[in-house]
Design a protein around this ligand. Structure first.
Ligand code: MV4
Length: 451
């Protein structure tokens, strides 16, 4: 097992990783930028080391500074968390060449599943359902038009290296498709350094359902069932829950098994999430694979009892997965609300600054993953998420009631947060019915603003 792990991240996920390490008897080094220098979560690390200025490129994205920090502190491994360097195959590779274990997939496995075109190839081979579309990248407009004719319009052009909704173009007819192919290639090259694009059938109304998987270095991979993350705005998830409301359990079991097969086929070790869109008839189509631990992992931890962060550290150290698929059962329901320092009544304007009031909720079935507290200053440099409220209930209705109760206990000021938005959503009749689609929240916000 590792003696010391360096955490190449900040905020709530840095704290989450420190907690897992502590329970495993592993010492921690947490890196920080000058914008985070007074953050109280750093006190939970055995060592904290400044790696540069506030802008992420000068600190949390600066590979040589992070590697130097690991070397001077004698860390055996680096946990990248999510965001920042977590999905960079080059970083995983540099860690390997410096003889520091990267807690996550090998650069090879990341190359196979992190690239959308490659991942789709592996998915087909593993019998994971995907959208009909091009076999690999498309080069020219004629080729694209031919494929679109076959699968039918509308189609969507996506960048192989894109993500988070960037580099996508919906085409409803041949003329639009033809003019957009070259544009999409140029844009992808400029934005991602990779001009490869592919096309697939575009699905208008869908739910976002993703499958948590985890693999080890001995060829084992299992799934930890699914999450529904349909409540989102501008590709930022707002609420996540597990299991997916109203989903046929026999059907989702097949999809989850296929996701685990995909992870296994890539010789993947560590946590991975296989994302799907689900249509109104509960057909599933894979979108992409996230090759890291995700923000919303706690809802899965709640319903399965598996500590995903701890397990990812164990498998990185070479241990076998401590679970077989048959050991993984769904128990109850969990909901996560992302608490952002934003004013949702002012178009989600960021609300950085000092926190004076912080009254945290608690009680049975309530988990608050946060680095914030009274006296904490939210720096303007990073993502506005300051915490996650995760509540468990015996069933979905109980989980919603508990989430609303916890939100009502939760007081934060004077900065604005998304707590009031979540309290509204917990009382929204469409959300309570279950099964809202990926466009629901944007439609709701538009109608509320009277546009
Ligand atoms: C799609 C799609 C419809 N059809 N692909 C958006 C982010 C990227 N991960 C994939 N995305 C989509 N791909 C096909 N073939 C609709 C979306 C999409 C979406 C997906 C998940 C969550 C929110 C979304 C919001 C808008 C569009």
């Amino acid at each position: 097992m590792f003696s010391k792990v360096l955490i190449a991240n900040r905020g709530e996920i840095a704290l989450r990783i420190m907690r897992a390490c502590k329970e495993l008897g592993i010492e921690t080094v947490c890196v920080y930028s000058t914008a985070d220098k007074d953050a109280p979560y750093l006190k939970h690390a055995d060592e904290a080391i400044c790696i540069g200025e506030g802008p992420a490129k000068d600190s949390y994205l600066n590979i040589s500074r992070i590697i130097s920090a690991a070397e001077v502190t004698n860390a055996d491994a680096i946990h990248p968390g999510y965001g920042f360097l977590s999905e960079r195959a080059d970083f995983s590779e540099i860690c390997r060449s410096c003889k520091i274990e990267f807690i996550g997939p090998s650069p090879e496995a990341m190359g196979k599943l992190g690239d959308k075109v490659e991942a789709k190839r592996y998915a087909k081979a593993a019998k994971v359902p995907v959208f009909p579309g091009s076999e690999g990248a498309v080069e020219e407009a004629d080729e694209a038009a031919e494929i679109a004719e076959e699968i039918g319009y509308p189609v969507i052009i996506k960048a192989a290296a894109g993500g988070g909704g960037r580099g996508m173009r919906i085409c409803r007819n041949e003329a639009t498709l033809r003019t957009n192919i070259a544009k999409a290639q140029q844009e992808a090259l400029a934005a991602f350094g990779n001009g490869a694009v592919f096309i697939e059938k575009f699905l208008e109304h869908a739910r976002h359902v993703e499958v948590q998987c985890i693999g080890d270095k001995h060829g084992n991979a299992i799934h930890l069932w699914e999450r529904d993350c349909s409540m989102q705005r501008r590709h930022q998830k707002v609420i996540e829950e597990a299991p997916g409301p109203g989903i046929d359990r026999k059907k989702i079991e097949k999809v989850c098994e296929a996701a685990a097969r995909l992870v296994k086929s890539a010789d993947y070790s560590g946590a991975a999430t296989v994302e799907f869109l689900m249509d109104a008839d509960q057909n599933f189509y894979m979108l992409e694979v996230n090759t890291r631990v995700q923000v919303e992992h706690p809802v899965t931890e709640y319903i399965t009892g598996v500590d995903i962060v701890k397990t990812s550290i164990l498998v990185a150290a070479g241990e076998k997965l401590p679970y077989k698929q048959k050991d993984i059962h769904v128990n109850g329901h969990a909901i996560e609300c992302r608490i952002n320092a934003e004013d949702h009544t002012k178009d989600f304007m960021p609300s950085a600054g000092g926190i004076e009031t912080w009254r945290a909720p608690g009680g049975l079935g309530v988990r608050l993953d946060t680095h914030a507290c009274a006296g904490y200053r939210v720096p303007p440099n990073y993502d506005s998420m300051i915490g996650k409220l995760i509540c468990w209930g015996e069933d979905r209705e109980a989980a919603i009631a508990r989430t609303l109760r916890a939100l009502e206990e939760f007081e934060v000021g004077p900065i604005k947060t998304t707590i009031p938005l979540h309290a509204e959503l917990m009382q929204n009749s469409d959300f309570r019915k279950g099964g809202v689609d990926i466009h629901y929240l944007e439609r709701l916000l538009k109608s509320a603003s009277g546009v």
